[in-house]
Ligand binder design. Structure first.
Ligand code: HEC
Ligand code: HEC
Ligand code: HEC
Ligand code: HEC
Ligand code: HEC
Ligand code: HEC
Ligand code: HEC
Ligand code: HEC
Length: 657
């Protein structure tokens, strides 16, 4: 920064430069103008400088309280790579990987901090913005953490029961870091425990432009208590590059280090120091560039075999056992791209005999929330686990890079390679289907029913408040519904059809033997059965599909609204969220006003309002459609609907996305 002497010099030079203008004006006003201009410029410069200085101090304050970005053992950061790889730097810079973890600056913060109060039962959070800084005034999170430690000690019989506090202390904290930049954003507050970060228990949703309690963004048991999450011991593995928690087990003080916030070059290419050093001589650079051989000083995932290449992604996009706590705490995940991931953090396996937890039985309930009862992955962000269960992976050479590219992608959303949004993704290996598409799919060539993905990678995983394509590549069968409750691809598009209908077509077209079905499975639309009777994990997927365009186009839409109306009162927030979304996609409901976290009374009123709108749009001449519970004259079969609601599977469940 300029010291004040330099600023004086700038002022003198400015005046000198303006003298000729003053001379030309030849009048007192001319000189006055010159002096005025010079002093305005001077004052402006001083102000500008102090603003710059404030910015620097303000940024340093966050940096001092955050995990340190200074892991030096071989890591160099993305900026070092930029000089020699500007194109890859640019494509990475556009990606959501980069902005996964950021400092809370005005460029990064999307949440509304304009002097508002957010509430949880019995608790208020006051959010403000002061200049470029963001603050939360709330129950002191350090005090809360101490309470948590005390109650854990009490439960273990290692301490007295913590007393109920009459007036728990409050504190005003500056937001230091944030997570997410695509669908939603979570925020972190510094603590008194070194650079440990506590979560703000609210998430800002971009699509709705609103705050929502964190528990309402996930599929959790209704009424779950709000946990104060810690970034350092949890999120850093997948949301930063080469993180090391480094928590003192006695004092709980963190001295967390990462190579870089966000998912940066070295997360996928390994530490780059040696590579940068080797290539600092122009001669080697040219030689390397020309010979086209692998550079032994850095890892290029596209040169690895399909397993090792997918491991690069699978260090984060998978369900894994954590390495031994002490080692992990100190060193973080020891895996480096190209190395032995299974040895560092073995994949959790759910096979024919159940969930294999290697003695860690405490985790069973939590982990079961990642899988359908037949062992297929049902949560988002765990694509490696899903793909590794596919024939294409086990008996073929498919990898994440068959369809995705981290540098040459068509769209930052999903980062698919150009052309891989369609059937080419599969035909690159299964060429034999190219010439006989219609024979295989039984749908017209341009139909959504002829897109390989729609039958072989349906949206049977859930996360980020939506249905997401399963990355286990397999074929539709009705057996998956019957045995595991996992909806088959045909009924997820043909929402108005029953399992019996699909089983018949699969028998006629593909000679798949139909399983034994109950009367409801035989006659009732699978989507209706799923939204009324299914468990929360099924209900949320069906509710999402009731707003999925391809499904709405083939299934007819005039019968969907009353079923979604009932889902507006579901006990699980995320089912209500999706029901509200899908309802707004039905004719007549485009402007439907609905708040999925409204009071109970409000939710039931919303349901009645929705049914009212639907009734007012029904004509008396509409045909009966029994699978969807529609009787002749367009009336809803209320009795049947109520009796199905009575049979709802209310087992408490959580999906660990
Ligand atoms: C095992 C790796 C892993 C861990 C641990 C993990 N995440 Fe994630 N997270 C992911 C992946 C992968 C995605 C992207 C999911 C997708 O696209 O389906 C994601 C997505 C997110 C998003 C959405 C981001 C956006 O831009 O919309 C948020 C918010 C988030 N995670 C928060 C957290 C928090 C908070 C923690 C710690 C409590 C955490 N995650 C721990 C892997 C992980
Ligand atoms: C999320 C993982 C990931 C991140 C982050 C990442 N890369 Fe890559 N990189 C890959 C993969 C995978 C390939 C193989 C080709 C592809 O997918 O486009 C690759 C290929 C490359 C190549 C080979 C040339 C090419 O384009 O195929 C270079 C050079 C490269 N990356 C540099 C970088 C730099 C520099 C950064 C950071 C600024 C970076 N990468 C960030 C995964 C990543
Ligand atoms: C001083 C220049 C320089 C810097 C800095 C540099 N690289 Fe490279 N990199 C090269 C050269 C030269 C090659 C040879 C290949 C080419 O240019 O086509 C290369 C190749 C690569 C490849 C492809 C290797 C292969 O075998 O296919 C990757 C991946 C890569 N660099 C990643 C990185 C990453 C990540 C960083 C930052 C940590 C980085 N590079 C920094 C010069 C550099
Ligand atoms: C260090 C952890 C990490 C690694 C390594 C990693 N990812 Fe990710 N990935 C994430 C997280 C976290 C997100 C969520 C980012 C978001 O949406 O804000 C994500 C998001 C994505 C997305 C969705 C982007 C979007 O928001 O639409 C794709 C696709 C993806 N990753 C593919 C890959 C592939 C392919 C690889 C391997 C070449 C890979 N990732 C390596 C953690 C990782
Ligand atoms: C990298 C090559 C590759 C890609 C890409 C690929 N597959 Fe495969 N797939 C294979 C191989 C190899 C097999 C095993 C064939 C065998 O066992 O005879 C296979 C098996 C299958 C099976 C049978 C599965 C089983 O468990 O029996 C189906 C269904 C399938 N693929 C569909 C697809 C679809 C749909 C896509 C695109 C979404 C796709 N594949 C992409 C290579 C690939
Ligand atoms: C056969 C092609 C194919 C392969 C192989 C594949 N993906 Fe995908 N992936 C897709 C498609 C298609 C989508 C969804 C695009 C959409 O719906 O817009 C997707 C979406 C994703 C998303 C974003 C999910 C979301 O909506 O938030 C992530 C993350 C992802 N893939 C990661 C991976 C990883 C990691 C691997 C390797 C383990 C992998 N994918 C392998 C085709 C593939
Ligand atoms: C309308 C749904 C549908 C679409 C679309 C579809 N398939 Fe299939 N596919 C099936 C069904 C059902 C089976 C199971 C047949 C069986 O078990 O014999 C199957 C089986 C397969 C198999 C395994 C065959 C075997 O012998 O094990 C492959 C490979 C395959 N499909 C590839 C593709 C490709 C590639 C595409 C896109 C070009 C595609 N499918 C599109 C429904 C579909
Ligand atoms: C992503 C949406 C989608 C999926 C998945 C899908 N279909 Fe279709 N289906 C359509 C569309 C659209 C049509 C209209 C005709 C066409 O496009 O070929 C159709 C037409 C049909 C028809 C003839 C019209 C009727 O309603 O009787 C049958 C039968 C059928 N599909 C059965 C199936 C079966 C069985 C599966 C699973 C193997 C399946 N579909 C998967 C969208 C889908």
């Amino acid at each position: 920064m300029f010291p004040w002497i330099e600023w004086c010099l700038v002022g003198v030079l400015l005046v000198a430069a303006l003298i000729p203008i003053g001379r030309r004006a030849r009048s007192r006003t001319g000189w006055l103008l010159v002096i005025l201009a010079a002093s305005t410029a001077g004052a402006g410069a001083v102000l500008w400088q102090s603003r710059l200085k404030r910015k620097v101090v303000s940024r340093q304050q966050i940096i001092d309280k955050s995990p340190r970005e200074d892991r030096r053992d071989g890591y160099v950061r993305a900026e070092t790579c930029q000089a020699c790889h500007p194109a890859q730097y640019a494509s990475w810079h556009r990606s959501f990987h980069r902005t996964m973890t950021q400092f809370a600056t005005p460029e990064a913060v999307r949440g509304n901090f304009s002097n508002i109060t957010l509430r949880l039962p019995g608790e208020a959070f006051h959010l403000t913005r002061e200049g470029d800084e963001y603050y939360v005034e709330m129950l002191d999170p350090d005090w809360r953490y101490v309470q948590l430690l005390k109650s854990v000690a009490f439960k273990r019989g290692e301490g007295p029961q913590p007393p109920m506090e009459e007036n728990p202390p409050r504190a005003k904290r500056r937001v230091g870091m944030l997570t997410g930049s695509h669908h939603m954003q979570a925020y972190w507050l510094p603590s008194a425990y070194g650079n440990m970060q506590f979560s703000l228990p609210f998430t800002y949703l971009f699509a709705e432009q609103r705050w929502v309690p964190r528990n309402d963004v996930f599929l959790l048991k209704p009424g779950s208590t709000h946990l104060q999450q810690v970034w350092n011991n949890n999120c850093l593995n997948c949301h930063a590059t080469a993180g090391q928690p480094r928590q003192d087990p006695k004092t709980h003080v963190n001295d967390t280090r990462v190579a870089e916030f966000g998912i940066s070059c070295e997360a996928c290419h390994g530490p780059g120091q040696e590579h940068v050093r080797a290539n600092s001589t122009p001669l080697r650079r040219y030689a390397q560039h020309l010979d086209g051989n692998p550079d032994p000083t850095i890892v290029n995932p596209s040169r690895l075999d399909h397993r090792k290449s997918s491991d690069t992604c699978g260090q984060c996009h998978a369900i894994r056992h954590r390495p031994k706590q002490d080692d992990w705490n100190l060193h973080g995940l020891r895996f480096r791209p190209g190395g032995d991931l299974e040895g560092c953090a073995p994949r959790v396996i759910y096979d024919g005999t159940g969930l294999q937890l290697a003695g860690n039985e405490k985790k069973r309930e939590l982990m079961e929330g990642c899988y359908w009862p037949d062992g297929q992955t049902r949560v988002s962000g765990r694509e490696f686990s899903a793909l590794a269960d596919s024939g294409c992976f086990q008996r073929g050479q498919i990898s994440c890079l068959s369809c995705h590219s981290m540098h040459q992608y068509a769209d930052t959303d999903d980062q698919l390679k150009p052309g891989m949004q369609g059937n080419r993704a599969c035909l690159q290996c299964h060429q034999e289907y190219a010439g006989r598409l219609e024979q295989h799919t039984r749908h017209q060539p341009g139909s959504p029913g002829s897109l390989c993905y729609n039958c072989h990678m349906p949206h049977t995983t859930y996360g980020l408040l939506k249905g997401i394509r399963s990355h286990t590549i397999n074929s539709p069968t009705v057996a998956s519904d019957v045995e595991a409750g996992r909806p088959n691809a045909c009924n997820l598009c043909h929402l108005d059809r029953s399992l019996g209908w699909t089983a018949g077509k699969l028998r006629d077209w593909y000679r798949i033997p139909p399983p034994a079905l109950t009367t409801n499975q035989q006659n009732l639309a699978a989507s209706v059965h799923g939204t009324l009777v299914g468990d929360a994990g099924q209900r949320v997927l069906w509710a999402w599909h009731m707003g999925w365009n391809p499904a709405l186009e083939i299934s007819g839409t005039n019968w969907i609204a009353p079923h979604l109306a009932h889902a507006l009162t579901d006990s699980y927030s995320v089912v209500r969220y999706n029901a509200g979304h899908s309802l707004r996609r039905q004719a007549g409901f485009e402007q439907f006003d609905y708040d999925f976290i409204g009071s109970n009374d409000y939710l039931f009123q919303a349901r009645d309002r929705a049914i009212g709108i639907w009734r007012s749009r029904q004509t008396n001449t509409g045909p009966a459609h029994p699978p969807a519970l529609i009787e002749a004259g367009g009336r809803l079969n209320e009795a049947k609907l109520q009796s199905l609601l009575q049979q709802r599977n209310d087992r408490p469940m959580e999906l660990l996305e």
